[in-house]
Ligand binder design. Structure first.
Ligand code: UD1
Length: 421
């Protein structure tokens, strides 16, 4: 298994291009199942998660071709030849559960493995199932699989989520596009990923209004047609690289970055003393020196502070002056980076969903282990300003979500290399 070696190397400077959004692209790919005509996605990130879902879609009969060096993906589900998404595929990637809605809507039947637990918490799917039942699907849970059937098609309904679920909203949204009549999703996710999915579905002929608000209305149509759609920039990659100069010093321009994708995160980063400026090409982040100031952070659904940026912000706050309190409200077990940061000299006290970080002057390099995607990147960020060397092992997590991270950080002056293992 590969590791990544990082050495503190002084301030960073230059530009980093932001790739297409992984989480958005995965959900857009599932939309291809809704039509017998091709869906072409551009600005596709070159990541292992994208390939994993591609393989699952191929197993269902969807042709998947990567063009232009993997930047463009052509999907064509002329015929659904298999309605079963296997455990072996779904367990690798939770987003695969989002084939359920499109499959049952288009084929009238779907058998999809339950995704199982995950390192960052229980991550249930009961609300996905509630939504599909409301749309008239008959559900049966058997041997770890959900059997969903709607031989006469789905029917529009009012679906009210008790709390925001991004995956649940998106499963309901895709399924409702082909349901008979009107569907209203209340307390819907407002994430940019969900908005982009609605935009893509609309260009395929779906009738959707209210995406980006808490209430989405979908008028079902008989069929969807082909389309070409550009994936939005990855706001989590953007926020991650914004933390790099915040931690290591210097100034970086994030090409393609947009503040509205993560304004709550930008507000908090600025409160620690980091300057953020809109430029013609994206966002410029500058840390002109001096120690950052502690801030309190509470994760929340969009437009709140993204749970996917909590670990990176914690790495930044480890060396801020004062005490920061981080409250993780989305996932119950998402502080696995804390013990590793403590190995690097951080002072962190975790009690349930709350982590208290008392800033220290400097972290020290150490051998650390990544436990999930965002945790692993937080350790790399911490290593950028630590004394000595930091060796992050198990970086296969990183390859799921960050395209060419060594190249991107290396290009702005970081000392970072992959150690083959
Ligand atoms: C979540 C994040 C999303 C992030 C993604 C990947 C939120 C609201 N969602 O999306 O921003 O990009 O992880 O890290 O921040 N839940 C249930 N039953 C369900 C579905 C969800 O109890 O059927 C719970 C989850 O366990 C969690 C919360 O609802 O505590 C939000 O989950 P959800 O938004 O569905 O998760 P993802 O779609 O994976």
């Amino acid at each position: 298994m590969d590791s990544i070696l990082v050495k503190g190397n002084g301030p960073l400077s230059g530009q980093i291009p932001i790739s297409g959004a992984k989480n958005t692209c995965l959900k857009l790919m599932t939309a291809a199942l809704l039509s017998d005509e091709p869906l072409t996605l551009t600005n596709v990130p070159r990541l292992s998660d994208i390939k994993t879902l591609g393989a699952l879609l191929e197993s269902l009969g969807c042709e998947v071709a990567l063009l232009q060096d993997g930047r463009v993906m052509a999907l064509s589900a002329g015929e659904i030849t298999n309605r079963k998404a296997d455990y072996e595929m779904v367990r690798k990637l939770r987003a695969s559960f989002n084939v359920l809605g499109p499959l049952v809507a288009r084929a009238g039947e779907a058998v999809v493995s339950l995704p199982g637990g995950c390192a960052i918490g229980a991550r249930k799917v009961d609300l996905h199932l509630m939504a599909l039942e409301k749309l008239g699907a008959k559900l049966d849970l058997n041997e770890g699989y959900v059997h969903a059937s709607a031989p006469n098609g789905l029917k529009g309904a009012v679906i009210e989520f008790p709390f925001v679920t991004v995956g649940g909203t998106e499963n309901a949204l895709t399924a409702a596009t082909l349901a008979k009549g009107t569907t209203v999703i209340k307390n819907a996710a407002r994430e940019p990923d969900t908005v982009d999915l609605a935009k893509c579905l609309s260009s395929m002929g779906a009738k959707i209004s209210g995406a980006g608000t808490s209430e989405i209305t979908i008028e079902g149509v008989d069929r969807l047609h082909g389309a070409t759609h550009e994936v939005i920039p990855d706001r989590i990659e953007l926020g991650t690289f914004m933390c790099a100069p915040a931690i290591a010093g210097g100034e970086i321009e994030l090409i393609g970055g947009r503040r509205e994708l993560l304004s709550a995160f930008c507000d908090k980063l600025e409160a620690t003393g980091i300057a953020i400026e809109d430029t013609a090409l994206g966002l410029k982040v500058s840390n002109t020196g001096g120690r950052a100031t502690a801030v309190d952070v509470e994760t929340a659904p969009f437009p709140g502070f993204a749970t996917d940026l909590q670990a990176q912000m914690m790495a930044h706050l480890c060396t801020a002056s004062g005490v920061s309190v981080l409250n993780e409200t989305i996932f119950e077990n998402r502080f696995m980076h804390a013990p590793e940061l403590i190995r690097m000299g951080a002072k962190i006290d975790v009690q349930g969903g709350i982590a208290k970080v008392t800033g220290v002057e400097k972290l020290k390099g150490a051998q650390v282990m990544a436990t999930d995607l965002r945790a692993s990147v937080s350790l790399i960020l911490a290593g950028l300003a630590a004394e000595g060397e930091t060796l992050v092992s198990r970086v296969y997590h990183l390859d799921r979500g960050y395209e060419r991270i060594e190249e991107k950080l290396g290009a702005v002056g970081a000392s970072i290399e992959r150690v083959k293992g």
